[in-house]
Design a protein around this ligand. Sequence first.
Ligand code: PLP
Length: 442
Amino acid sequence: MSVATIFNPVQVKVLGEDLEVPVKGGRLVSYANLDYAASAPCLEPVSAAVAAALPAYSSVHRGAGYASQLTTARYEQARHTVRAFVGARADDAVVFTRNTTDATNLLARCLPKGATTVVFDTEHHASLLPWQRVVRLAPPAFPGEAVRQADEALAAIEGPKLLVVTAASNVTGELWPIAALAHIAHRHGARILVDAAQLVPHRKLNLTALDLDYVAFSGHKLYAPFGAGVLVGRRDWLSDGEPYLKGGGAVKSVGTLADGTTEWHEDAEPRHEAGTPNVLGAIALAAACDALTATGWTPLVHEEERLISRLREGLDAVEGVRELSLWGPDHPRVGIVSFVVDGYTARQVAEALSTEYGIGVRDGKFCAHPFVRHLLDIPERRSSGGESEARANEDRSGRDSQNDGGCEDDTASAVRASIGIGTTEEHVDRLVGALHDLVARR
Ligand code: PLP
């Protein structure tokens, strides 16, 4: 029996599979979307769930009308679905946010007084920058070294502490040893936040089994591009933290200016979801969770591994193309690969792929400037960490230099191809063929 027949094919579809885009010469070609790590296309069941919710769309939590009750029920059901999707504990908070960045910033504002955060320089800016007191660790040479570094750093910290780590790198796709890091964090009385933005579209995550304290991710990377994200995890810090969105819904009662009493909700969800929440975003996010679960992780992972291996083997055969990796070519990863091409800047490659071949990839430093500089062997401007580092953080925009206007030169960038549901062999082969062409005409 062939391997392909052992697994059911992936049944669920994304919107836009028939999208055509213009290329040089005015021709239209089918779009090869290889930029899922930035934002994934919408799943059909997600679009259907939003369409189904729209006719009865109304306010949540505060209306007595039937449509309001129904919309509230759908919004709260979305919370249950997300909780189940990540295997959260029954008493964990599930706070809807705008995205992963909003979720990490929310937790940063709720840390107990004097807390120190430990973070690797390999993080996406969303997980690298929000912290006030921070210790930044150099990129570890191998996974065990990550655990050793975290162990040493956490042991040296007094008071409340948080370890922040990304489950799957948005630059290399490599998987991080989050279970071992959670174990180490807890041994030192610390908590762990896992940035799961790039993991949940590709692999099952079980917060309880992994003994994680918090996870954060975004709907738009999970085939639900309707502007919602989520922070899931331990309730106490969130219930004590001052709401940073202050307004209706977050308060139990508001006194006069003279008595100055504002009583905030203790429940993390209303406390941190002030104003009218993104109900459709939450419904979309939950629909994506349901659709991925119904599709099954076995066919999803099998198809992704087949295509990413094909892509990496193809890249390996193109002269002058070098894949970026922290822990070597054999380390397990999700469907993301970044590379550089001799003789071309990343921007030149990405532009040629788009305008000549109808292929969408990302170029730049992927909002992970220190990590990409490390992978490209560009000398790091490290400071000693601690609060001075936190102050330096405040001055950085968090934007990609290449794509968003910024600091450094074109050579300090890479090209990233990323895949998911809807990616085909033809997309992968088109990218590899285009790179052969580009290299040949160098
Ligand atoms: N964390 C990782 C690993 C990411 O890849 C990204 C986005 O690229 C983020 C966080 C930030 O996600 P968002 O832009 O949805 O806040």
